[in-house]
Design a protein around this ligand. Structure first.
Ligand code: FO1
Length: 327
């Protein structure tokens, strides 16, 4: 799976549940690997913060704050108050006490020479998730946003401080041309039977993963070229399910529409990515047009309200992959 933060975490949890419930091959006992976006990562107060990774880590280990949508449940903010009093963290980005434990451990390991992938493995060793997370790359390729006013800021400031309200002209990942997919991501793709594109932000999450040199080819060549690529729309009835994907899509000139996002990813038959695409039942009218454009689209219930609906969506995505073997 290719996944970003919150929407991705719910979907990954659904896939894990669908596999747990499966009784026969190929889903029963299937291994699940998640290639996680690292573009949201940033340095703050001397610590390396990895929001999408930690959303998955906390959600899949059952300790995420479902209400806030990020961070850990039962969090306190005593150290954060001190950091803000010292002015080393802005008031719009809070590092909880438990969360700081993760960031200090990660930063200590990085400073001792471990790669982000090795750091991720250590965090997962403490909290076995039932899936394996792989940072998309071990290179630092933070996303920066250039606004239409010409300001340039880190994605986290644009997203968290400004809630993506400043019109973005483009997104830039410094150093992306020298980056390469992490070893774990490449190995997972090579061994994959199906590749699922989570309903994460198509621009700053999935797009950033795919912009890492070599990643797109590795996805298209997954499973020695035999693995179908199945995407799930992050847009339902013209609106982003979570977050501000609409602001990101607008910035790259893509309409906030379940069919337009599929056309943005492109059908494999036309040099794109997708062998199949799931839209919400609300968007069933879009299916015929997508199929005419070479995208094998299906309309299914897309809202992930709980574990059952997440598992049902995941099962539908996996079924679409099994029905649509590589074109
Ligand atoms: N999002 C906020 O809206 N406010 C915060 O103070 C905040 C702190 C934070 C700390 C650690 C972390 O891993 C994520 C945090 N987030 C916060 C969420 C984060 O900015 C976004 O969820 C992702 O970057 C979106 O992909």
């Amino acid at each position: 799976m290719l996944a970003g933060g919150v929407g991705g975490a719910r979907f990954v949890r659904g896939v894990r549940e669908a596999v747990r419930r499966a009784t026969d091959a190929p889903l029963a006992n299937a291994a699940i690997d998640v290639i996680v976006n690292t573009g949201d990562d940033w340095w703050l107060a001397g610590l390396r913060i990895a929001p999408d990774h930690d959303s998955l880590l906390y959600t899949l280990s059952g300790q995420n704050d479902e209400v806030r949508g990020w961070g850990r449940v039962g969090e306190t903010e005593r150290v954060a108050a001190e950091l803000q009093a010292h002015g080393v963290t802005p008031e719009w980005f809070t590092l909880g006490d438990l969360d700081l434990g993760t960031h200090i451990a990660r930063t200590a390991w990085l400073r001792s020479g471990l790669t982000p992938s090795e750091v991720s493995s250590r965090l997962q060793a403490r909290w076995p998730l039932g899936v394996t997370l792989h940072p998309a790359t071990d290179d630092e390729v933070d996303t920066y946003v250039v606004t239409t006013d010409g300001d340039r800021m880190h994605f986290q400031e644009w997203w968290t401080r400004h809630r993506a309200a400043l019109p973005a002209a483009r997104f830039e990942q410094d150093g992306i041309d020298d980056a390469s997919p992490s070893p774990g991501a490449l190995a997972a793709l090579e061994a994959a039977d199906i590749v699922l594109v989570a309903p994460s932000n198509p621009v700053v999450s999935i797009g950033t993963i795919l912009s890492i040199p070599g990643m797109r080819d590795a996805v298209l060549g997954a499973g020695s070229g035999a693995a179908p690529v199945v995407g799930v729309s992050p847009i339902i009835a013209g609106a982003a399910v979570r977050g501000m994907a609409d602001a990101c899509l607008t910035a790259i000139g893509v309409e906030t529409d379940a069919a337009e996002v599929a056309r943005h990813y492109g059908p494999r038959s036309a040099g794109g990515l997708l062998d199949a695409w799931l839209v919400g039942v609300e968007d069933e009218p879009l299916v015929a047009g997508l199929r005419a454009d070479g995208v094998a689209a299906t309309a299914v219930p897309l809202w992930m309200r709980d574990l059952d609906t997440s598992a049902a969506l995941a099962a539908a995505a996996l079924a679409a992959g099994l029905e649509h073997p590589r074109a």
